[in-house]
Design a protein around this ligand. Structure first.
Ligand SMILES: C[S@@+](CC[C@H](N)C(=O)[O-])C[C@H]1O[C@@H](n2cnc3c(N)ncnc32)[C@H](O)[C@@H]1O
Length: 251
């Protein structure tokens, strides 16, 4: 099972939150990879187009898929109509496009939404089937923080700011861990101002965490070939302080 619903309040506030809390980490890396690809690029889990929109504006030949209607609607609101046929609603577990790509990316923990082994292997194989012979697949996941897994997280304010002039937005996150399934059960509460009233919405969803050698074995079980697992977006080697797995695969 994987969670297929990004609620509308999550997609609506996605860019304002992640431009602040994530783009400083991964934005330049993926955008440079896209822009330096000679050929066609596919972003899996394209979301609201955090990379896609910037890449299109700079002339990239990029396509995108995502299974969330809400996320794609948000993307299309910011995308010139002439590019709308570059994005479509698809589930990576059954990916089928009539094109092959020189670079496929799945940025920002897309694979954490895949809980079951069969879903992960099917998705890796589908990606392999859509790669040109010298194509690369690059994705990232977080390195599990064992202290957080042991203790969980309670009411962490991850964003406290404004989504428009004078309109407040706050996000508060908690999770507990089911170690037997390698899943964090996450609760994200959004609180925002609208029409002079306070609104709120809460989203519950599972996120799977992965260990280094498990990742290596998963890729080996698939049709892809593992080229490297780096420890950050500067492509430094993994070390005991690494927070990210940056995984590069070929055919
Ligand atoms: C954390 S967001 C990342 C979005 C974008 N790549 C970014 O970096 O801002 C993960 C995205 O993956 C999508 N996703 C999760 N599971 C998927 C699946 N099985 N097939 C297609 N998209 C999926 C979600 O709908 C969501 O838009």
């Amino acid at each position: 099972m994987s969670n297929d619903k990004y609620p509308d309040f999550v997609s609506r506030f996605y860019d304002v939150i992640y431009d602040q809390v994530r783009s400083g980490t991964d934005f330049n890396y993926y955008l440079n990879k896209i822009l330096n690809t000679k050929g066609t690029v596919l972003e899996i889990g394209v979301g609201t187009g955090r990379f896609f929109i910037a890449a299109i504006k700079q002339g990239a030949d990029i396509y995108g898929v995502d299974f969330s209607e809400n996320m794609l609607e948000q993307l299309k609101n910011n995308l010139d109509l002439k590019h709308h046929d570059r994005v479509e609603q698809q589930d990576i577990r059954q990916l089928k496009l009539n094109k092959k790509f020189d670079l496929i990316i799945a940025p920002f923990r897309v694979f954490s939404h895949l809980i079951e082994i069969d879903d992960i292997i099917d998705s890796l194989n589908n990606i392999c089937d859509h790669l040109n012979d010298d194509g690369k697949f690059i994705f990232d996941l977080y390195v599990p923080n064992l202290k957080l897994i042991a203790e969980g997280m309670k009411d962490q304010v991850e964003f406290d700011g404004f989504y428009e002039d004078g309109k407040k937005l706050k996000r508060i996150t908690s999770f507990t861990t089911d170690v037997s399934r390698q899943v964090n059960e996450i609760e994200m509460k959004y609180i925002w101002d609208e029409n002079d009233e306070e609104h709120s919405g809460t989203w519950h969803f599972p996120m799977r965490y992965f260990f280094r050698y498990e990742l290596e074995l998963l890729v080996r079980q698939s049709k892809l070939t593992l080229q490297h697992i780096y420890g950050d977006f500067e492509e430094n080697e993994l070390n005991p302080d690494s927070k990210e797995f940056l995984i590069v695969c070929g055919k």
